[in-house]
Design a protein around this ligand. Sequence first.
Ligand SMILES: O=P(O)(O)OC[C@@]1(O)O[C@H](CO)[C@@H](O)[C@@H]1O
Length: 330
Amino acid sequence: MTDHAPQRPSFHIVGANPSMDRTLFVRDLAMGEVNRAERAEPMAGGKGIIVARAMHRLGSTSAVYGFVGGVTGRYIRDECRRLRLTDRHTEVGGDTRINAIIVDSRTGDATVVNEPGPEITRAEAEDFFQTLMPRVARDDIVAVSGSLPRGLDAAFAARLVRDARERGARVVVDTSGRALQEAAAATPWAIKCNLEEFRSLEPDAPLVVRDDADRRRLVSQMHGVRRQGVDIVVVTLGAGGALAVSAAGAVWVRPPRIEVVNATGSGDTFLAGVLHALGHGQSLPGAVTLAVAASARNAQLPLPDLGPAPDLGSLMAGTASVMLDGRSAS
Ligand SMILES: O=P(O)(O)OC[C@@]1(O)O[C@H](CO)[C@@H](O)[C@@H]1O
């Protein structure tokens, strides 16, 4: 490499609260009844791990950070090794959680029960910052994904954004509730959330986005958040695709038609697509198109993954992107 060759940024994926996801496939799930699973699959999960695994499938290597402990924590570390993710987790006294995902194998509907996660002490939180921050360099991408385990509050998310920004990194936040509010106030480079999560930033946002008028209203609210100091705001709308705004304008990407097997992790896979594409210098509309296709691919599979060497060409061809100032982007 010459001195002038462009350097790829390093990706640091923070999933503070990883989990062993246990996915149970049940036909015609009946609440309040005894159900029998057709099969059960364990998988390393938590939003950060799903993001990093999907990025790896797309060709971007990343390091994963968060808190792990106990036998389930060991499982996460073993899986990181197997998946070739750089494991920079902080070891803690509590146990990594186990989350239950019950997929109705007839409808594809997923019912998810998330544990709160281990209690993190102040010293463990400090260890985490000491592990992450010295490794963050200018222009690196730091993604903050998923819930916080017990003992950490929204101030943790805000400090994460501030400290990584001070090191010149581009910080991307995908979390919810108070943590999202405080992280957004610390003005990250980008926010990616779903509609429900966006409503914690903009309570007047529509509950559902049905038509052009709803999309335009939402876009103007997203620009409002952007004007508070965030460069890029992306809101995913499930079957309605995704909207993204930056100073250059707004784009809406409609998803391809697919049969959903299990959409768990599709939002995380979407984020992986955005990070991979923006990290490789693609435009925001191009990145969102890849992300919508990747998220659709994830939903076609029984477990959150893209599978080795995913070919997203036909799914990308099934998307349509529209610049909301009326020009067609593809
Ligand atoms: O409690 P969080 O961190 O918000 O969500 C955790 C979780 O439900 O999200 C992933 C799917 O998006 C699963 O791997 C995981 O169990």
